[in-house]
Design a binder for this molecule. Sequence first.
Ligand SMILES: [Zn+2]
Length: 740
Amino acid sequence: MRLCRERIPTVMHEEPKMKGLLVSVLAVGTAVAAWMFVDGTSPSNRRKVPGSVFTLVKEGRVRADIVIPAMPLDCERYAADELKHHIDKAFGVSIEIVKEDKKKLQRYPYHIFVGATAAAKAINLPGRKLKKNEWIVKTFGNGLYLMGRDSDIKYKDIGNIWNPTIYATIYAAYDFLEKELGVKWIWPGPTGEVIPKRNHLELVKIDRTGIEPLEERILHGTAPWGMPKIGFSNEDAAARFYAGQNKFLVRHRVGRRRRTKSGHAFEKWWKRFGSTHPEYFNELPGGKRCPASVGALVTLCVSEPGVWKQAVADWKVWWENVGSKNGFEPWVNSCENDYVSLCQCKRCRSWDEPDPRFAKNRYWNGSMSFDDLMALRKERGVYGLNAMLSPNRWGIPKDDPRKRQLPSIADRYARFYNEVQKEARKVNPAARVVGYGYVNYLEPPKKTKLDPSVVIEYVPRSYFPYDREESEYFRTCFLGWKNAGAKEFTYRPNFMLAGGNYPFDQGRLILEDFAFAYTNGMTACAFDSLRGSWACHAMMDYALIRAFRDPLHGYERAREELLSAFGSAREEVAKYFDGIYAYTTKWAFDDFHKISWQNSTGGNHGGGSYHNCAAILGEYFDEKFFTENYRLLDSAKKAANGDKEVVARIEFLRKGLRDAELTRRTRIAEKAMKAAPDDKAKAAAFDAAFKAMNDYRASVENEFVCNFRYEARSELRMKWPHKENVTAVKPAANKKSLEY
Ligand SMILES: [Zn+2]
């Protein structure tokens, strides 16, 4: 018999400190309390739990099996595999998974019925049509029933967030694992699995249901599609990383229950209508109607009735041939192209509410000629005007956008959405317009009231630092759109692009504002981007991903959960994480801006932006930062008292820190080399630093420390000499699955 090594969950339940340890589990949904026995006393003293109805493991011996339907769906198999994985680890056993078959069912006195089993049907479960993403956890007779609304999605596609993720039997399994076994997942891979050890578990009556609060819970950047084959030493390592990350995200229910179409909707319009319908497009200085940049980035003359009619005519064709046949919501995608909106025509301008900033802005007050525009484009590149006319801070722009005179043209966009909504409703009463609150229509409409059917996809201006001022700006704008009549929002930030592969945490305000968005109409979120810097962003990423399925969960509770994975090293590890938080949030925009533009690598954004994260590392950190944090991790390791799991988690954090340190050294060597182009020793020093960094990454690439592919892509844009790995095989990219 294995030793009873008790590690009791400390966050899901505030367990009373008493003999026998009865732990209250508050059920979500149909709030029925359950009790579970997590007895740490010696088996000889064990008494049966009052009201116990189900024994999973009795003094180290498995008393139940996992029963899946005779013809299981792949998601039911996935749920069973996940149950087995965690139960085996928790109890040191090997629980059996069996297909529903009466002869086999006699082997154990209890059964965990997973999915749509005949046993469930026999007791009238679920008894009604479950909603998408809805699940049930229920004890009855000698069974524990874990089931939810499912679909016949393939095993390998579980976690593909581009299609609806309808497999709530998996969610029921996770709910059981979290609430009754105290399991937590703090990052991808084995060291991130927190599975309390025990040798006995009885359950009393459980009867609860639940549903994910958000319709869509999306992180972009979760797949390797479109990335060069760099950063990992071979494709197997890359595939392993993405699979582990994927599983982690499924465990946190990242996914969606509805299929919607949004994103820049008019990218093909210039090609289609540039010569036949110039009136569809923005009027630029000099009366020209054409792209200020490239065709796909042209913006519309949104007050033009032909535009509304064309948008709805396009939608009608799509809806009849594609949308309605493939489970899409009847949303009319009216999200503008990816550019600051430019139409200066009289009608569009008459739709704008007065704003003194129009007169102070060179573009809007008529001081810029068409030639000026073209010169600016030449000088600043494709997105040159964007940087000048919008408050975006998705990188570090040269001019502080807070100091610019940037009038908002949100009233014209609100009217545009209303007009398209009116047209669309004629075609289909259920049609709903989705449009952005974005770039120079991020600040809310002043006067126009939105049609209540319109969904606003809100894209905050922020990047780094995400400070109180940014938070206030976001809240004012978001609330403004709500007050203008928006009932439903998709929240679509870009600030998770910040932070590179180095220790970073600006999570507190992000979490506060996430909760704010939820209480004010957010029904979906889509964050760009998941960097996958798991070791260095552990706290921020865990807190955010945890909030996806409980938007009011908050940073502090998530912090406690994560720290509870460090046993007796908790206090020391808390110092490490709190230090990172303090270090990140001490940066004011002006200070960061300074080191950013000292390290410009070209373009509209300074160093430390998402495409050149590593550029600022020489100045952002000093040597002391690393020595002090290694020291903290050393003392944490000491405090772990030899607990192997805790030590492995501390070492995981150290690996992220080491990667950041080596990346910083590479950057410093690169700058020295560039400062002395004829100095061969400096060039050799850079080569050596770059090699040391890559060698180190290869040595830890199977441990989910960081998405090295993502980081290498950013470094490649800085012209660091990453080479495609020679063993590269074509990833199983499926372009179709990227469409949504
Ligand atoms: Zn116009």
